[in-house]
Design a protein around this ligand. Structure first.
Ligand code: ASP
Length: 330
């Protein structure tokens, strides 16, 4: 069991103490528990706002947001775009498939080009772990990591933590089972970092071939038997089998994978009676999760995760641009 995270002192604007003293959000790694809680609290404020018919706050009006997604995305790209627009920013999406990246331009040259357009925030997704940090080190504005390779997906972990907190009322001492292709999952990595920081008891469930080496060092308990890993769990977080990051040999067959690691109604009955089911999407229905579980609103928070995601991204865009906007105390 992890120790309780230190609770933040009230931080007065102008006190010189920053509630979030980071220029970029490249990962959950390096964040203090109270900084994570601060972002969750800030995001909470936008949930009701997003449910109103008119959803526009000119808080970030005049600022330019560039979304540069070098890897496919549905939820994250749309969510960042909607978040920026609801806060009044001019949001542009770089169309990577039609860009000079396809002519062989290097990442650093593309970065210099984006930077020269004087954006106020850049949101990046890239298939190379560490690419986002490389870009963050070279530009003059805050950078948000929208997923880099197998490394991190910090806003996903924040939205997952907020979804859990809203449904369960807390995160501390909950048993969270993260199940599936842990090895290739940036979602798993960021969630392990966030949830252990917030004092959840985290288990990871995966076939031996998809379990990262020495994962226990991250403060989690590994299970190769899914029924044992789910036993009494409060939250069951399923992961997509990331075929695009495998070169064969990791999983004998999808049928066998489903039989051993697929979340079915029957398998879910091992978890706590009020267990919450999550999945970051996109889902491989019938492989890591069955439709009857995924589509049951009494147990599944999958669409709620998407809703929470917009609020989390609004909070991150706001917090990270406060310094540039001259917000007192930032
Ligand atoms: N959408 C998430 C990500 O980009 C999860 C996934 O693709 O499986 O990492």
């Amino acid at each position: 069991m992890n120790a309780s995270p230190p609770m933040p002192e009230a931080i007065e604007p102008g006190s010189g103490v920053h509630a979030f003293p980071h220029r970029h959000l490249t990962g959950i790694e390096g964040l203090q528990p109270h900084e994570i809680v601060y972002l969750l609290d800030e995001a909470e404020k936008w949930i009701a706002f997003n449910r109103a018919t008119t959803k526009h706050d000119p808080l970030l009006a005049g600022l330019t947001q560039i979304n540069a997604f070098f890897e496919n995305s549905t939820r994250t790209l749309l969510s960042f775009e909607i978040a920026g627009k609801r806060l009044g920013m001019d949001v542009v999406n770089m169309a990577v498939a039609q860009s000079s990246v396809k002519k062989g331009e290097t990442l650093l040259d593309t970065t210099a080009t984006l930077n020269a357009m004087r954006p106020d925030v850049i949101v990046i997704r890239h298939d190379a772990s560490g690419a986002v940090q490389l870009i963050a080190d070279k530009v003059d504005c805050p950078v948000l990591n929208a997923g880099d390779g197998r490394h991190e997906h910090p806003t996903q972990a924040l939205l997952d933590a907020l979804t859990i907190r809203r449904r369960k009322g807390r995160i501390e001492n909950l048993v969270v089972a993260i199940c599936g292709d842990v090895l290739h999952s940036r979602v798993a990595r960021s969630n392990i970092l966030a949830l252990t920081a917030l004092a959840a008891e985290v288990r990871v469930v995966a076939p031996p071939t998809l379990m990262p080496a020495a994962v226990e060092r991250m403060g989690v308990t590994p299970f190769s038997d899914m029924d044992a890993g789910l036993d009494g769990a409060d939250v069951v977080m399923m992961l997509r089998v990331q075929n695009e990051r495998m070169e064969g040999g990791f999983v004998p067959s999808t049928r066998e994978y489903h039989a051993l690691y697929g979340l079915t109604r029957e398998r879910l009955s091992r978890a706590a009676p009020d267990a919450l089911v999550m999945h970051p999407g996109p889902m491989n229905r019938g492989i890591e999760i069955t439709s009857d579980v995924a589509d049951d609103p009494r147990v599944s928070a999958i669409t709620e995760q998407v809703e929470t995601g917009v609020a989390v991204r609004m909070a991150c865009l706001d917090v990270l641009t406060r310094g540039r906007r001259g917000v007192p105390g930032w």
